[in-house]
Design a protein around this ligand. Structure first.
Ligand code: 16G
Length: 262
């Protein structure tokens, strides 16, 4: 570790004229070192014991500072291998005017899309699924839920529901849902997407490898066939630190309404 990096462990004790709690000083020093690039994404921090020795503070003080920095996403801890500066997230810019699939989006960027399956099965539908997919109460619904990954980074969790008439065997879906729909002539041609801000809960945070409560985007997509039939109802959680959704806006003509709810 460079001399400049070692500086982040120099703490001023109360007896030496500083009133700030030791863990806050240590936390700020590490945060400043990350911001100034003295230590970079992926760099390892010394062990808790070594930091305590270098800073001449207790291990409890080090733990408190490090835990706060992990919570705010500045550091990451990997079981058994230590504490690291969080990797820098390459933000993905996603157009809101084209109906594309995750697989297409990543391929266009030269990234490899992969998924971890969380669920694929047939279930009795929820009231939302009945209403949105236009099912009868007796029909079952196909659900495919996946953690979507770009290169090695988890980007989103997508939970899709479809009518069994278009996806009779969800277990047969391979790496792309839209490719599976395309094969049976059911790829959607239009979609309405609703995006809202959320603070992510513990289970989804673990899957996306982000701190609990971090800012994410909740996206609901309802997709349609050319006939106007709803084909897909997907609820997703996208990482807020990874995505910019971009929409092109044009001045409305005098006869166009603004699409708002009245
Ligand atoms: C996109 C869609 C999702 C769709 C998926 C299909 C959003 C927010 N979501 O990620 O609704 O199910 O693509 O991707 O854009 P796939 O064909 O790669 O499985």
């Amino acid at each position: 570790m460079s001399d400049a990096a070692e500086q982040m462990f120099s703490i001023v004790k109360a007896s030496e004229g500083s009133g700030a709690p030791l863990y806050l000083q240590l936390k700020k020093n590490i945060e400043d070192a990350v911001q100034r690039g003295v230590i970079g994404p992926g760099d390892a921090l010394p062990s808790e014991r070594d930091i305590a020795l270098k800073a001449d503070v207790s291990r409890v003080t080090v733990r408190k500072a490090v835990q706060d920095l992990v919570k705010s996403g500045i550091l990451v801890q990997r079981h058994g291998s230590g504490t690291f500066v969080a990797p820098r997230m390459e933000r993905v810019e996603q157009s809101l005017s084209r109906l594309t699939s995750f697989t297409d989006d990543m391929a266009r960027r030269g990234m490899t899309a992969s998924s971890v399956w969380l669920d694929k099965g047939v279930y009795p539908p929820s009231p939302d699924e009945i209403m949105i997919l236009g099912l009868s109460a007796k029909e079952m619904v196909a659900r495919v839920s996946r953690l979507r990954i770009a290169n090695d980074t988890p980007m989103a969790i997508e939970r899709a529901s479809l009518s069994l008439t278009v996806l009779p065997d969800p277990a047969a879906v391979g790496s792309s849902l839209y490719n599976a729909l395309e094969m049976t002539g059911h790829r959607p041609v239009r979609a309405v997407q609703r995006i809202s801000a959320i603070n992510i809960g513990a289970a989804d945070a673990k899957l996306l490898d982000v701190p609990v409560g971090s800012a994410c985007l909740h996206i609901e997509r309802i997709s349609y066939l050319a006939s106007g039939k709803v084909i897909e109802f997907t609820r997703s959680v996208y990482r807020g630190d990874a995505y910019d959704f971009v929409a092109e806006l044009r001045l409305a003509g005098p006869s166009e309404d603004f699409g708002g709810k009245t």
